[in-house]
Ligand binder design. Structure first.
Ligand code: ZN
Length: 371
């Protein structure tokens, strides 16, 4: 028997033997018979897979009906158009039957799925995980509220700024060594990512008629390596008060009000002389480290104090850049490290957590945080 099988001539590849008749030998009726068989097979298919097999066998690229086209050349020329048309019609008829059957099978499958007893619509759904406001945002809102209550505007200035507003207008000309303290992301067009919110000072002076008070919170950028207390992107709040008579005492009082409101208790502060080109005199305001209580940790660099706030009286050159006459107007300014304040407030030991995007870290902050 095996010999017989071996010597049986095989049909050309892709041509189904069933119903196959030589082309040109009553080709139209043979085609019709083949299409009838294909339609019957499609209607009888009980599964998607069986239907796909029928489709492949008859009207696939190498299916028996499509293959008929290859025998077109053996026909007399006058018979070819009619035969080609017949092949196409037969194929379309089968494709129609397949599509109809596929629709029926899909509908049946859907009905079966819906009526299956395994689906229990009374089971509780998957609840979405509750979100929370980012601590930076919370502290920012709180600061805005505190400063508004003291008569400050809350302003927003560009993160991409010009050399003039970030440096030049703040009494930091191109050759000034203070530029070295702020490694800057420069853009190819000569602009930069602001290195401090102080970039808004001259803008604010040009925008508002003094006397006025304003803060401008936002992101700032430094091109520097990161560690527990440094990141390339962090947040500051700049504050400005421009009036005819302004004093350091007023500045300190405002800062103390702010810090005790934010921390909800008295905070130990100290004022040291500090050099910043845009203030004269300039100060560093430090607060006692709230993470370690003053005993020394990575946030306070083992000193017990955290540098929170450079401040001072606005330099006359900066007033001039803002279009104000220093003989008539004075002002004070401060730059508050918002990221550092948030770290102090929530006792976060590494600044990189703030923008690190680790959900496990954020899951700890599930309330407003300021109750
Ligand atoms: Zn500390």
């Amino acid at each position: 028997m095996s010999d017989t099988t071996r010597t049986t001539p095989q049909p050309p590849q892709g041509v189904a033997p069933a119903g196959d008749a030589p082309a040109g030998d009553a080709p139209a009726s043979a085609l019709a018979a083949l299409a009838d068989a294909a339609c019957a097979a499609a209607e009888g298919a009980q599964t998607e897979e069986a239907l796909a097999e029928v489709e492949r066998t008859y009207v696939g690229k190498k299916g028996s009906i499509r293959q008929r086209m290859s025998s077109l050349g053996q026909l007399p020329p006058e018979a070819r158009p009619a035969f080609g048309k017949a092949v196409n019609e037969a194929a379309q008829r089968v494709e129609g039957a397949v599509a109809l059957r596929r629709e029926a099978l899909t509908a049946a499958a859907r009905a079966a799925a819906l009526s299956a007893p395994t689906f229990d619509p009374t089971l509780p759904g998957a609840a979405p995980a509750p979100g929370a406001v980012h601590p930076l945002t919370l502290i920012d809102w709180r600061l805005d509220e505190i400063f508004r209550s003291m008569g400050f505007y809350v302003l927003d200035y560009p993160e991409v700024d010009t050399d003039y507003f970030n440096f030049e207008g703040l009494n930091i000309p191109a050759d000034h060594p203070a530029r070295d303290m702020q490694d800057t992301f420069w853009l190819t067009n000569g602009n930069l990512l602001r290195t401090h919110t102080s970039a808004g000072q001259v803008r604010a002076m040009r925008q508002f008629k003094p006397p006025f008070k304003a803060i401008f919170p936002g992101r700032v950028f430094r091109y520097e390596s990161t560690d527990a207390s440094h990141d390339h992107t962090f947040h500051q709040v700049e504050g400005l008060f421009v009036s005819r008579h302004v004093s350091v005492a007023h500045l300190i009082a405002s800062m103390k009000t702010l810090l005790s409101e934010v921390f909800g208790r008295e905070v130990t502060v100290r004022l040291r002389p500090g050099y910043f080109p845009f203030v004269e005199p300039g100060f560093e305001l430090d607060i006692s480290c709230l993470v370690c209580g003053g005993s020394g940790c990575s946030v306070c660099k083992r000193s017990g104090w955290v540098e929170l706030l450079p401040c001072g009286l606005i330099h006359p050159n900066v007033l001039r850049a803002g279009g104000l006459d220093p003989a008539e107007w004075q002002g004070w300014a401060f730059g508050l490290g918002l990221s550092r304040l948030v770290m102090m407030r929530y006792q976060i030991e590494d600044i990189r957590h703030l923008l690190g995007g680790d959900v496990r870290f954020w899951a700890q902050f599930n309330g407003s945080g300021l109750e």
